[in-house]
Write a protein that binds this ligand. Structure first.
Ligand code: ZN
Ligand code: ZN
Length: 468
């Protein structure tokens, strides 16, 4: 609606106080800020003034625009152009746009995490009920990793897609995902000190990103597989040239199968009553221990000359962990401990910093004891291939490779996960709720469903035409 039409409509309303209808008895004052146009009309007959706004109470158009740019998979410039073309030329500032966008990150990523978690549990329940006694319980997943840009990428994302069939789903759901990002630093001039404008979670090279993502995904899924006694079979898609980690994937299955039993025993031992004073360290201990094994195993499979030996790994698992918990990361491996290369990151509680030497000795003897468990049997993993194409296309929908979405990379990746797992309509609703804390009305939901259905029918039609 045009601003002048809107204002003349407001002026033609009768005064809400004395009901006078003659417009010339009133004066008005407007204030424009970003997309919002507020108007105060003062009646000269009764001296009452009334305020009107083009925005719903509690919902700013600037917020909605930031939300729309995310869900629509476009950046601020594209959306600015689109709005200006339809005549919305008074727009919000860059700063408030990114502030609104930043506020949506956490709820969107949380909701994608929740979705992948629920689906993983549904899959495990389903496999469990179909499982025959004596058979190995296997969870087949595909691992895929993509970089924000082809070269010198500052961000990368990776995910586990379920490769089996799940009733009610005709695509591969995402059951785990992670993104790694470099910090973003700006330096105004040569002599100026640099300033961090975005805190990343990674500082390795882009070649190490895939490795780092895989470690996090394996660590995340580990406790669930321990509980349910499933073995993970990791498969990889795509060609060897673009996916360097491919070569070691069958090994991951093998390392993992061993580790699952070892890790389960360690956790069980650690949780014994006699060690109750160290129970709060469970997460630190398990993550550090597992990551060291993943890291050493992967490096060995990549035939790196400096791959750590068995003894070195065991040493780091104990001494590295103790020093790490004392906030000394000098001997930590950089893919196991991100604080090593990112000193601005904080070591999470609990730590050993306020413990006495005697208590630390006790901690050392406890973890040395519980880490001394017989290793399990290797399980041969078969390599299967499948298509991750649909999901990769979805990522591109939200993360155009030509655009550097440094501030919203992980949020946009989470949107692709929601789109894949829950559908486009649910993704739109979730983003709207994340932005406004309000649900769509029934008629809004019906309208959205209508075009979502039209689109998916068109996709099916195109696909069948292509196959003919
Ligand atoms: Zn009046
Ligand atoms: Zn460390």
């Amino acid at each position: 609606m045009s601003t002048s039409q809107y204002l003349s409509m407001l002026l033609s309303l009768p005064c809400p106080n004395c009901l006078d209808i003659i417009a010339s008895n009133r004066t008005f004052y407007t204030r424009v800020s970003g997309f919002s146009v507020s108007c105060v009309i003062t009646c000269h007959l009764c001296k009452a003034s009334t305020q009107y706004s083009n925005e719903d109470s509690g919902v700013k158009y600037s917020n909605l625009v930031a939300e729309a740019a995310l869900a629509g998979g476009i950046n601020r410039n594209s959306f600015q152009t689109a709005l200006a073309t339809i005549g919305v030329t008074n727009q919000c500032s860059e700063k408030s746009f990114y502030n609104y966008q930043a506020r949506m990150c956490k709820p969107i990523i949380d909701s994608a995490k929740f979705s992948s978690d629920i689906i993983l549990r549904e899959i495990l329940d389903n496999l469990e009920s179909a499982h025959l006694p004596g058979q190995e319980k296997v969870l087949p997943v595909g691992f895929d990793c993509s970089w924000s840009h082809a070269r010198n990428a500052h961000q990368a994302s990776g995910e586990f897609l379920y490769l089996g069939d799940l009733p009610g789903y005709n695509y591969q759901p995402v059951i785990g995902f992670h993104t790694v990002e470099h910090s973003r630093v700006i330096r105004k001039s040569e002599n100026d000190s640099s300033k961090i404008i975005y805190n990343g979670n990674f500082s390795g090279t882009s070649r190490q990103m895939e490795h780092a993502i895989l470690l996090v995904l394996l660590n995340d899924i580990m406790p669930i597989l321990e509980q349910t006694d499933f073995t993970l079979h990791v498969c990889v898609d795509g060609d060897l040239e673009t996916n360097r980690t491919l070569a070691c994937i069958p090994a991951v299955g093998r390392i993992f199968a061993d580790l699952k039993h070892i890790s389960k025993n360690i956790r069980k031992n650690l949780m014994k009553k006699q060690y109750s004073r160290w129970h709060s360290f469970e997460q630190h201990i398990m993550r550090y221990f597992n990551s060291c094994i993943f890291s050493a195993g992967l490096q060995r499979k990549l035939n790196q000359d400096n791959a750590p030996t068995e003894e070195e790994t065991r040493y780091i698992q104990v001494e590295g962990l103790i020093r790490h918990l004392l906030d000394d990361h000098s001997i930590c491996w950089s893919d196991v401990c991100w604080i090593k290369d990112n000193p601005e990151l904080q070591l999470q509680d609990p730590t050993l910093k306020n413990y006495t030497q005697t208590e630390i000795e006790n901690f050392r003897s406890v973890i040395t004891t519980i880490f001394r468990v017989p290793s399990g049997q290797g399980i041969v993993t078969t390599l299967r291939t499948s298509h991750n194409e649909t999901f990769n296309r979805k990522i591109l929908k939200y993360l155009d490779k030509w655009i550097d979405y440094w501030a919203s990379y992980s949020t946009r990746h989470a949107l692709a996960v929601l789109d894949q797992n829950e559908g486009l309509d649910v993704m739109i609703s979730k983003v709207h709720t994340a932005a406004t804390e309000k649900e769509f009305s029934h008629s809004d939901i019906c309208n959205i469903l209508k075009f979502v259905k039209e689109r998916s029918q068109k996709v099916l039609r195109n696909r069948s035409e292509m196959q003919q």
